[in-house]
Design a protein around this ligand. Structure first.
Ligand code: NAI
Length: 699
């Protein structure tokens, strides 16, 4: 049973007990309803306390029920709250630690609330593109005032109970307990003190008004629209709270319900819920059981104090894990340390990092020029030059000095992790950890699983990733892993679009309108166009028949590598990131087109977006069928967290599912007819073709 019933003297106590956060799943809801029935039937009981066991009062909906029929099964949360309101005996919520979403709505359906200090209180449904659907939008404004309630509902952010207790005139908490330890005792005493009060107070009977009325809501709507352009839910939250001020309680509830159902059906909410589940799914590896023992990682070594090494080190320092950095020369170490210092100091200046925290982090950092000093560390991450010979020398040294059981990781972005593993006599301890630049900022981490990587190494690095607050996604070994392999196809389409008639600015604008943080050409300028150039030089040797646009090569021949040279597809002014279109680049594209004998055509934004996004989808499908990735949602996470794919579209694979795979395949067939494009690439991946034919989806 996930809710327990006990009687203490003449007070019944219903304790939610559904770890980890007492989610309000079906059996918990049923348990509350049963407890209420028992308490009301027992003449000796004069009051009822509802509280939560363990680490929460309640975190709200049970995510295990997400999308399952159980979620809506009776008694649903609204029915449970109706039972509380109808109780002939007072019901008191005793809240601590976490009271969120449905958990807070449950508490607001009680007659009284006693809270412990430090309780995180929130209605976070907006983060899933929804609004609270069990009276949250109608009851919270009655309890803490319209403005405070609307702020919480629109942002979904948690507020500590002691802060809420200070809101003037608040009625959310009838009593703040002295501490979490005394909450149970104080709630029981409070229950006894109100046992005889009649009529019982109901939140629904409280008034709900804003002194400025509609003018306030218009102001709120403008604010919200400005901040959440791709998401409908926040503005709908304003509508629901406004309804609380204008309508009778039950009519307001009906408005809330109607909006809730409409939001559930929006692609934006579906995408957000997909991401929520995808993030949790990413940490699970199908053939690595969750109880796989993990190795203890208490110290880290980083080889190479360059761009990536420094950023990687900061992740661990931030998490309180000591880092030893190794370089070949003292100057390189000094430079690396100076960069880390500069980074932290700018955070201190901006007030984002306290001086003592900064000192503490730097005290965890040490340096060395000798591999022998690394012998005691539990894990090493290599971030030296991207050359196989250099990697070989480094891994041979690591194999020589590292203790048995240490994890040997490489941050390589393009090299074969199996080959790197073969430089050691312990390939089972070798794994790829592909951080994204800047490594201390970007959330994504591709964990590259070699053929021989041990399962407990995989389990360990997934835990380590969580400790340093990364979203880790597992990739098999292939050229470019998941993200860069897909982005290459995306970039190739960008090139064809230029040849056929677009300008870089037109392509970038179209895809940015779709919601990407940055179009392919602005991204190229940021990352450095020389990187793609180097890859293409390799490709033309490996795949001499590969079709691609030479425009980017011409650009690089002019030395226009992007922001770092002040010029790329666009011009840049020092110290600014604005991309300024350049007439010479446009002329270069036109001349190249002429030389190829291509008559430019007008290309619609729709075609631009489809070609760029479906290129990702088709390559993603190949990655799935080759088993490089074990689930489509992992590919979505890579693109959302590492490549600026629009959040409201939920990642390329989720987006394709929403468009319908049949439609995606039809478009690909059309693109394959274009003689200037690559018909071979547009042949739908067999997995995609099969799913489309069966009317199925990736996710
Ligand atoms: P970098 O050139 O900034 O830094 C490399 C550092 O390694 C230099 O400080 C160099 O002195 C040091 N080094 C070279 N050989 C060494 C050796 N034998 N022993 C010890 N130190 C040595 O390069 P960056 O950009 O930090 O790249 C490092 C690795 O990370 C490469 O494998 C690269 O492919 C990968 N990577 C780079 C990304 C980026 O955006 N820059 C993104 C993801 C991965």
């Amino acid at each position: 049973m996930t809710a327990q019933y006990q009687v203490h003297g003449n007070v019944a106590v219903i304790t939610l007990n559904n770890p980890p956060v007492n989610g309000l799943g079906l059996s918990t809801r049923q348990g509350i309803a049963d407890g209420m029935a028992s308490a009301n039937a027992d003449a000796a009981v004069t009051a009822i306390v509802i509280t939560g066991a363990g680490k929460a009062f309640s975190g709200g909906a049970d995510i295990k029920e997400f999308g399952s029929p159980k979620a809506g099964q009776e008694p649903n949360l609204n029915s449970v709250i109706a039972v509380l309101e109808a109780s002939a005996k007072p019901v008191i919520a005793a809240m601590h630690t976490v009271a969120m979403g449905g958990g807070l709505e449950l508490a607001m359906g009680c007659h009284y609330r006693v809270v412990a200090p430090g309780c995180s209180v929130a209605l976070p449904e907006v983060k899933l593109g929804l609004l609270p659907g069990a009276g949250g939008t109608q009851r919270l404004p009655r309890l803490i005032g319209v403005e405070a309630a609307l702020n919480m509902i629109v942002t979904g952010e948690a507020v500590k109970s002691e802060m809420l207790a200070m809101v003037p005139g608040q009625k959310l908490f009838d009593k703040v307990a002295a501490s979490a330890d005394t909450l149970a005792e104080e709630a029981l005493a409070f229950a006894r003190s109100v046992a005889d009060v009649r009529p019982l107070p109901l939140v629904r009977n409280l008034p709900c008004k804003h002194p400025q009325g509609d003018a306030y809501f218009q102001f709120a709507r403008n604010m919200v629209n400005g901040m959440s352009k791709n998401f409908p839910a926040p503005a709908k939250c304003v509508d629901a709270v406004q309804a609380a001020t204008k309508k009778k309680f039950d009519d307001g509830m009906a408005v809330e319900r109607e909006i809730f159902i409409a939001l559930m059906a929006t692609p934006e909410s579906k995408s957000l819920r997909h991401i929520f589940l995808a993030e949790r799914a990413a940490s699970k590896i199908p053939d690595v059981p969750s109880d796989t023992p993990v190795r203890e990682i208490k110290s880290i070594a980083v080889i190479g104090a360059g761009t990536m090494g420094g950023g990687i080190a900061m992740n661990f320092l931030n998490a309180g894990i000591p880092v030893k950095m190794l370089e070949m020369k003292q100057e390189a170490l000094d430079r690396g340390i100076a960069t880390i210092r500069k980074n932290y100091e700018s955070q201190v200046k901006k007030g984002k990092l306290k001086q003592d925290k900064y000192d503490q982090r730097m005290s965890l950092l040490s340096t060395t020029l000798s591999y022998d000093d690394l012998a005691g560390t539990d894990m090493v991450i290599e971030a030296v030059f991207e050359e196989i010979g250099v990697k070989e020398a480094v891994f041979k040294e690591l194999d020589r000095v590292m203790k048995p059981g240490a994890i040997l990781a490489s941050n390589t972005s393009t090299l074969d992790v199996d080959k790197i593993a073969s430089f050691t006599k312990r390939p089972e301890d070798v794994v790829g950890l592909h951080f994204f630049s800047p490594a201390n900022v970007m959330k994504l981490l591709e964990v590259v699983r070699g053929k021989k990587t041990a399962k407990d190494v995989m389990a360990t690095v997934m835990v380590v990733a969580k400790k340093i607050k990364k979203i880790a996604v597992v990739s098999g070994v292939c050229d470019g892993f998941i993200g860069n392999r897909m982005v290459e196809q995306y970039g190739r389409q960008g090139g064809f679009l230029l040849d056929e008639g677009c300008t870089p600015a037109q392509v970038d604008k179209a895809i940015e309108k779709f919601g990407f943080a940055m179009g392919p050409f602005r991204m190229g300028d940021l990352a450095g166009n020389d990187i793609g150039w180097a890859i293409r030089k390799r490709r033309v040797v490996e795949q001499p028949d590969m079709k691609y646009s030479k425009t980017a090569d011409l650009l690089c021949e002019k030395g226009r590598f992007g922001q770092k040279t002040g010029a790329g597809w666009y011009d840049y002014v020092a110290g600014k990131r604005d991309a300024i279109p350049n007439a010479d680049v446009v002329k270069m594209i036109e001349d190249h087109r002429k030389a190829l004998g291509i008559t430019p055509r007008k290309i619609s934004d729709e075609e631009i977006v489809q070609r760029l996004v479906y290129a990702l989808v088709n390559e993603g499908a190949r990655i799935l069928e080759e088993g490089i990735s074990s689930k489509a949602s992992d590919i979505d996470m890579v693109y959302l967290m590492g490549y600026g794919f629009p959040i409201h579209r939920g990642g390329p694979m989720n987006y394709a599912d929403q468009v319908g795979l049949f439609n995606v395949v039809q478009a690909m067939k059309r693109f394959a007819q274009n003689p200037l494009d690559d018909a071979k690439f547009w042949a739908p991946a067999p997995l995609l073709a099969k799913l489309a034919a069966e009317g199925k989806t990736f996710n």
